[in-house]
Design a protein around this ligand. Sequence first.
Ligand SMILES: [Zn+2]
Length: 83
Amino acid sequence: MAETVTCVRCGQTRESAGRVLPPPFGDEIARSVCSVCWAEWLQQQIRVINHYGLRPALKEDREKLYDITREYFGLPQESAKKS
Ligand SMILES: [Zn+2]
């Protein structure tokens, strides 16, 4: 059986999104976000990538996408260095 988390977005205790991204951010997602909200984010993410013209293969764009992901889930921003 998959691990359960109390999701930061919906507040419900559900199955974890699991290891969907590389660590360390992936670990944070795995213990903070449920699989339902992650699936919703994946739909939203497509629009975000198109909107900003992001190329997730590039480190810089990937970091921007992670920042937007944090914002979406209300996770603390890691990169306070950028302003
Ligand atoms: Zn959730």
